[in-house]
Ligand binder design. Structure first.
Ligand code: NCD
Length: 361
């Protein structure tokens, strides 16, 4: 079964094909109106969403398909204690493809291991959000025509912002990317992204705190919301929530060709006055999200026989040797879930949980 759990499940060539397919959908929407006739998408959303869920549903309707699902875990049997594994098995009987969002890190991976239909990770806690990355990539591609040699500033909550983690993973496979990581010290990029992606791929990067001082060097500025729901200490959130506001003054210091992206929702980190700046592309980015999700649904449904299930062969795994202590990991709540770790760096003895990618040793 073919799934999209992590953005690197797709090769660079597959990503290119997907982007081209989205461009064709934009050009010739009528060609696609019946492509998913009699097919059903299940949207299983255990966490709030506007863009991701509605763009998935709009995407399926525009392909002539149907949608079932829930937008709130409280209305599902999860409140009765049903596991993600059982939910995935059941929904496999009712739909052709699943898009799932959960606050638990690794939930979509567990679903994919138990599903007989393709599973798409629509966000798993603060871990990953690969389909937002697809929307980001399509927006950059339409605007810049390439990913190579771009200087990309990522600003805000780089610790809990799952869209940032997936975007960096995607960009790590292109040439000459420079990352300018702009965040308060407390919200710096997590160790797994730095140590497993940025450093081994030899990506050029700097970590800084000031947006204004760095904006003039950027081709792309990716703003993010401080992720209130992921903080364990609300005092810390209160202290950090107004860390960055992109306003007209800062935009005046930015290059004329720089583009501003934001996965949205925005709280106050981009002034509404910036919206009319032609460089502000975040609303177009949300529309691109629908087109790329159409392309994604088509791809996964047409490749049902291809296997991208978590590669047990390609990873050096340790079964039940270490226990994951991340309270947000799916392994804390899922019944009888095997504790599996992967060795990511033998030399430095770095071992991570396969579900949430936090260190287990
Ligand atoms: C993002 C998310 O859910 O992670 N939103 C989205 O899907 N467009 C970003 C966010 O919530 O800040």
């Amino acid at each position: 079964m073919n799934h999209l759990i992590d953005i690197t499940d797709f090769s660079v060539e597959e990503l290119k094909d997907l982007l081209d397919s989205a461009l064709d959908i934009i050009k010739n929407p009528e060609k696609y109106q019946e492509k998913c006739k009699h097919k059903k998408l299940a949207t299983l959303f255990f966490e709030p969403s506007t863009r991701t869920r509605l763009s998935f549903e709009a995407a399926m309707y525009e392909l002539g398909g149907n949608v079932i699902g829930f937008s709130d875990g409280a209305s599902s049997s999860a409140t009765k204690g049903e596991s993600i594994a059982d939910t995935a098995k059941i929904v496999s009987n009712y739909a052709d493809i699943i898009a799932m969002r959960s606050p638990k890190e690794g939930a979509a991976l567990v679903a994919s291991l138990n599903s007989s239909i393709p599973v798409i990770n629509a966000g798993d806690g603060g871990h990953c959000h690969p389909t937002q990355t697809l929307a980001d990539l399509l927006t950059i591609y339409r605007e810049k025509g390439t990913f190579d040699n771009l200087t990309v500033g990522l600003c805000g909550d780089l610790k809990y912002g799952r869209t940032v983690h997936s975007l960096i993973a995607a960009l790590s496979r292109y040439k000459g990317i420079k990352l300018v990581l702009i965040s308060p010290k407390e919200l710096r990029i997590p160790a797994n992204v730095l140590e497993d992606i940025i450093i081994p791929n030899k990506m050029e990067y700097i970590e800084v705190e000031n947006l204004e001082e760095n904006i003039s060097n950027l081709d792309v500025l990716y703003m993010t919301r401080i992720q209130r729901e992921r903080f364990t200490d609300m005092n810390e959130y209160e202290r950090l929530k107004n860390s960055y506001v992109l306003d007209v003054n800062k935009m005046n210091k930015a290059p004329s060709k720089m583009i501003v992206l934001h996965p949205l929702p925005r709280v106050n980190e981009i002034s509404v006055k910036v919206d009319s700046d032609p460089r502000a592309l975040y609303f177009k980015q949300a529309l691109n999200g629908k087109y790329i999700r159409m392309a994604l649904i088509l791809k996964l449904l047409s490749e049902k026989d291809k296997v991208t299930k978590f590669s047990f062969e390609n990873n050096k795994l340790l079964y039940n040797k270490y226990k994951c202590n991340n309270p947000k990991c799916i392994c804390q709540t899922e019944q009888e879930l095997e504790q599996i770790s992967k060795i990511v760096d033998e030399k430095n003895n770095v071992v991570r949980c396969i579900y949430c990618e936090q260190r287990t040793n």
